[in-house]
Design a protein around this ligand. Structure first.
Ligand SMILES: [Zn+2]
Length: 341
């Protein structure tokens, strides 16, 4: 089988709404609403929001100066959310060979600090997804709701309740995102996560990206997630890798995102991490995290990047694509409609 064949159907398990909406879609939304943007020219706007090897930023800096104040704001409200989600899924299927797409977002980050009713925001996401699923019957898609490490427990509890409420409409799981506020502990969430699970939701959590392996240990011991977002720091802890392999926790590795935010130093370190996971039997998938806010960051480009740099072999890539499909939270029944009916 040609390698191109193995890239014909790709799973995307880790991408955030705000960084999956293409700049031209943001431009359209902003101009439709009449928003003032940090740059008046389209190309300057793209340069401002997109990271590249010549424009790296720490995760915290990017989140604090671009992601939260600009992208989350532009993708807030029912109209923007419906259009953003719809365009994201369609674009991924048409141009990136993505046939399975799990898109994640925190509905409370897209409701203009409470001015937009949360159910309206959520239904807008669902409408965007349903329109794309109707148009592309071979695409499977689902939404993951992100809890936030900076939020209070009570806020996060509301997000879990909403995820449960909309499970039948295509919300497939919950996630923990953002960097830590002091006092955040996974152990405080054991019962809430158990409740999500009892209601049929799957669980993933950002961990081991910029924080250390202690965070991953606490994560798996407290909430035993089905998958972990990033987890790259685990490559430096043999005991932890053994534990991840034994629990069959799949890591959602996002190579270019980690390189652009300097969570991983360079290609050589990324190569070491990927090879170590493979050799230690830790299952992982390749994902974008931020497909539209990293230059050449689309999923297909990231696979090409890993292949061209010889970080993994073609056979290993085939295996990783398969691991990605195997680890999906989307209920996949043969011949069943891709709509949640
Ligand atoms: Zn992420």
């Amino acid at each position: 089988m040609e390698i191109q064949d193995s890239l014909k159907h790709l799973p995307e398990l880790h991408a955030h709404i705000s960084s999956s909406i293409a700049p031209h879609v943001y431009w359209h939304i902003a101009n439709s609403e009449g928003y003032k943007l940090p740059k008046r020219d389209y190309h300057e706007f793209v340069k401002h929001v997109v990271l590249s090897p010549n424009r790296k930023m720490s995760l915290k800096e990017y989140l604090d100066t671009i992601y939260h104040p600009i992208l989350n704001k532009l993708s807030a409200g029912a109209l923007a959310l419906e259009k953003g989600v719809y365009e994201t899924f369609g674009g991924a299927y048409r141009s990136n060979n993505i046939t399975l797409y799990e898109l994640r977002g925190n509905p409370m980050k897209h409701n203009r600090e409470g001015q937009v009713d949360l159910d309206h925001a959520i239904m807008a996401m669902i409408r965007g997804m349903e329109r794309a699923l109707l148009e592309y019957p071979k695409l499977r898609a689902g939404l993951i709701f992100c809890l936030d490490r900076q939020f209070t427990f009570e806020q996060n509890q509301i997000i879990v309740e909403k995820a449960i409420k909309y499970k039948r409409r295509g919300v497939i799981g919950i996630d923990f995102s953002n960097y830590n506020k002091q006092g955040f502990h996974f152990k405080d969430y054991t019962n809430l996560v158990a409740k999500a699970r009892e209601n049929g939701l799957k669980v993933t959590a950002h961990s081991g990206e910029t924080d250390d392996t202690n965070d991953i240990w606490e994560c798996i011991e407290s909430i035993n997630p089905d998958r972990i977002g990033h987890g790259v720091k685990a490559a430096y802890d043999k005991k932890l890798m053994k534990e991840l392999a034994a629990r069959k926790i799949t890591l959602e590795v996002c190579p270019l995102s980690n390189l652009m935010t300097k969570a991983v130093k360079d290609d050589a370190e990324m190569e070491r991490i990927l090879k170590t996971f493979y050799d230690e039997g830790v299952q992982f998938s390749l994902n974008t995290d931020w497909p539209e806010t990293i230059e050449n960051g689309h999923l297909r480009d990231q696979y090409q990047y890993v292949l061209e740099k010889k970080m993994l072999s073609e056979d290993q890539i085939r295996q990783i694509v398969q691991w990605g499909f195997n680890a999906t939270f989307i209920p996949m029944k043969e011949k069943e409609s891709n709509l949640y009916l």
